[in-house]
Design a protein around this ligand. Structure first.
Ligand code: PEP
Ligand code: MN
Length: 375
């Protein structure tokens, strides 16, 4: 069972102390607290664990300090929706809002290569009023002899350039928990010119020790890629690992599944799961069309597959797009063949905006139809 406390109930209040006393007396029940950062305030949630079936929901909901009590399933205990429409979705980080109701574009380099390309990218984002980007410094490569990313060496100038162009959040994959400290130290040394969204790649979706390390810190939110060869349920449980350690600021990213059936795409595009993840959990949902499609193939009208699948995900309600761009794809050290060109940024953003408006309009159409049935 989950108790959501009223916002004014502090840990020092009488109501809180009495409530904890009440919980401590429940046989076979333990509790765990969780702070949820809402848009206006921080909410305290208390999870009652163990033998909770016998608890009288109405009685506990009526205790001073308790706003409401929800019966929850074991599945996705913190991140799940549990059929409660009022639960907070998302979070705010470094001035940028992430939720199931809004939308952000993270266009950028798959891998950081040189200052010229990073600066050209960030300049273009700034010109298009974008505050987020993707920049890979630690690259998980299939081949041990391939370029592994510049690692911590590039962080100072990447962060400084981000600050120069007003970039507030960089999605950056980490492959080891020591990278959290490297990023943190560098941000502090450079005076926090930007923020970092810790990306967990598809090869690490079930690296539970990495997930736990990221979940233990509260400074940075995370972006969890779906595992390429496991079920959706297993990937959502991986997200719950982050939350169960204390950090529920998690965005879930669909990036396609590895199967021959997806050919000629690099992965089988799985954006039909956008609404499924939104229904099962409170996480904002991101789509990665670049790693799903993996090429610059186009339809006969000239629209790239990367753009077409982005449209499909956004029309279905995606909250974020993570997409590879490169000023000179032939120079790119990783994934050049799937990168969009700088000249494609503006039309791509226009297309995405249109698709997002269509999603909002679709919601209106169906809600209107529903309210007419109710009349
Ligand atoms: C990436 O986004 O750079 C990446 C490596 O993606 P994935 O983990 O989905 O393959
Ligand atoms: Mn890549």
């Amino acid at each position: 069972m989950l108790l959501i406390l009223s916002p004014e109930t502090s840990a020092q209040s009488e109501a809180y102390k009495n409530l904890i006393q009440y919980i401590d007396k429940l046989p076979g029940v333990t509790h765990r607290e969780h702070q949820v950062q809402g848009q206006q305030q921080t909410l305290t949630e208390i999870y009652l664990l163990g033998d909770t079936k016998a608890i009288n929901k109405e009685e506990i909901a009526a205790l001073p300090g308790v706003e409401r009590a929800i019966r929850i399933s074991e599945e996705y205990r913190i991140l799940g929706r549990h059929k409660d429409e009022k639960r907070v979705t998302g979070f705010s980080y470094n001035g940028v809002q992430f939720s199931q109701d809004n939308f952000n574009v993270f266009a950028g380099l798959c891998a950081v290569d040189n200052t010229k390309n990073v600066e050209t990218m960030m300049q273009a984002l700034h010109k298009n009023h974008l505050q987020c980007t993707r920049m890979g410094a630690y690259k998980p490569r299939t081949n041990p002899y391939s370029f592994q990313g510049h690692g911590k060496g590039c962080l100072p100038w990447v962060f400084e350039l981000a600050g120069k162009y007003g970039i507030k959040v960089i999605a950056m994959e980490i492959t080891h928990e020591s990278h959290i400290d490297e990023i943190h130290e560098c941000l502090q040394k450079t005076g926090n010119p930007t923020g970092v969204l810790l990306q967990i790649g598809t090869r690490n979706t079930q690296n539970f020790e990495l997930l736990k390390a990221i979940g233990r810190q509260k400074t940075y939110p995370s972006l969890l890629k779906r595992g390429f060869g496991i079920t959706l349920n297993e990937s959502l449980n991986a997200a719950e690992y982050l939350a169960s350690e204390g950090n529920s600021n998690v965005i879930f990213c669909l990036r396609g599944m590895k199967t021959e059936a997806g050919n000629p795409h690099r992965n089988m595009v799985d954006f039909a799961h956008v609404p499924v993840v939104k229904r099962l959990t409170r996480m904002p949902v991101c789509i990665d069309p670049s790693h799903s499609v993996g090429s610059r193939e186009a339809d006969p009208s000239g629209i790239l597959d990367v753009m077409n699948v982005t449209a499909q995900g956004v029309v279905a309600g995606a909250n974020m797009v993570l997409v590879d761009f490169h000023p000179a794809p032939t120079e790119a050290l990783v994934d050049g063949p799937q990168a969009l060109l700088m000249s494609e940024l503006e039309p791509f953003l226009e297309d995405i905006q249109l698709c997002h408006e269509i999603y909002k309009k679709r919601k209106e159409i169906y809600n209107q139809a529903k309210s007419q049935v109710a009349k």
